[in-house]
Write a protein of this length. Sequence first.
Lengths: 116, 114
Amino acid sequence: AQSVTQLGSHVSVSEGALVLLRCNYSSSVPPYLFWYVQYPNQGLQLLLKYTSAATLVKGINGFEAEFKKSETSFHLTKPSAHMSDAAEYFCAVRGAPNFGNEKLTFGTGTRLTIIP
Amino acid sequence: NAGVTQTPKFQVLKTGQSMTLQCAQDMNHNSMYWYRQDPGMGLRLIYYSASEGTTDKGEVPNGYNVSRLNKREFSLRLESAAPSQTSVYFCASRERGGGTDTQYFGPGTRLTVL
């Protein structure tokens, strides 16, 4: 069984400030973890993923996330927010290969607003 | 290379009507998925197909059927639409192997059931 909890359904930050979006996961098998971004009226686009290699993962648009097994967390960060970062962000978990990993389970999403 | 395409983009149905949502991918992926997205609930898996010729239920399969017509196409059918099926529907395909594991999403179908 697997699940994802995203803390904060809405987050607002000022332009140029640090972005921190929180994600905690639960998985009975070694996890693969993902962050997706959804812009208004569009599908989801992969930002970055953790697949059991480096625990600090860098993605597109300056985002990064760190896998912390002891805290069961995979928080998304960006040092300096841009107006174009305004979107909804989803954390997702899947079991690693050889652990029945067909299903990707999503969190409920965090809507990021950037204040000029 | 169009990626994942979905038709239609928008649809309005009356309760009890039926319709089929179409999805196709041109990336030669084996696995395909149907999700629905509702406010405050994230994406929930309806059905998936791990390979051509196989389909399995996801988290919320009731009221839906699927067909994996061939490797490219995976359709979702609502036999008797209900207002609770008003949602945005996303199709996805999955690339994996060689250290890669990425799902690619279509642009979505916005369905309203009156």
